[in-house]
Design a protein around this ligand. Sequence first.
Ligand code: ATP
Length: 370
Amino acid sequence: MSLQKLDIYHVRNLQQASLYPATKINLIYGNNASGKSSILEAIYLLGRASSFRSTTIKNVIHFAHNELIVSGKVRFTNAHVSTLGIRIDGKGIQIRIDEETRYSRSELAYALPIQMIHPKSYQLLDAGPQLRREFIDWGVFNQHPDFLNNWRNFKRILNHRNALLKTRSVKELNVWNHELQQYGTIVAEYRMQYLTELMPVFLQIMHKFTALENIELKLLPGWDADFLLLDKLTEDLEKDLRYGFTHSGPHRADFQLLIESRKAKDFVSRGQLKLLMLSLKLAQVQHLLNNGSKSGCILIDDAVAELDFSSRTKLLDFLADMDVQVFITATEQNEFGDLSNLGEYKMFHVEHGVVSEVDQNVSRETLNKV
Ligand SMILES: Nc1ncnc2c1ncn2[C@@H]1O[C@H](COP(=O)(O)OP(=O)(O)OP(=O)(O)O)[C@@H](O)[C@H]1O
């Protein structure tokens, strides 16, 4: 699947922009503060109904306006074309899919899965577990549509149990413990199965970028998996009551990337850590492709600039071979790496919020002179 057309109104400093992206590689360059990330933010809004850099969505609307609109035509592999649209104003978010109003963000997320890679993604392996849980859940969510309901049920029951802990309603806890065990175990099983399936795909991709060996992805499900979650909840009761929240369960899950049984984040170089993160994220998309699921778009913001030239070129060549649409930003054309093996791609230049497609012949001539 790919975005065939993208219309952006009032996103950050982009007053109005229309793009006809390439089905595969799209390179976006421009000076700092020109509006490159805002283009990726617009695509991200279309797929997630949220921003990857502002928790307050209103901040994304152009200062001089009260609303933003992003719409896009998505072409699926079966040639079906869908129209997606999102409108955000001071009152809320409106989602339209094929001319109909929809009320759930997850419908957009299924229609246009977005894999986002930006400088903060480099923290995937060395920051707290939240990013890693989101990483796994993005994969499971796109792979198994019934995961979302189980996850929502689990969260609802967890919130309820935590409320009971705060009011010390011990008698009622028993029923909720059983429910928490039921959905908690389902969520943990989905995640375990997902990581097991992802592992060979990840290794294959990772070996293209690094020479690291003896790698393992280890899920920590959020409690000692030798025991039933129910038993752990009973054992933790006193502690849970004291602190007013549930200590064990998939909401505390994490995963570790081990090399020779040691945590990668404790000894690999910064560059290797970045390549491991990239390989993990690309493996997620490749895994979806291998299973015939919707592949969506990969958005890479500023991230290639932190890689050496050879890694950037390997990355671009790998992306060009994948059957997926990619948008990458950089400040200069020559930052993307060697474009000679790339085949078809489009390049866009952004200047003071104005986006223009670069004539391929002109851009190739310029690059040959560099
Ligand atoms: N709500 C807004 N309305 C108008 N302009 C905004 C708004 N929010 C941010 N901006 C401005 O939009 C411009 C573009 O920002 P953006 O992050 O897209 O640039 P960029 O090209 O990715 O820059 P960099 O290379 O520095 O990351 C910046 O000057 C920023 O200050």
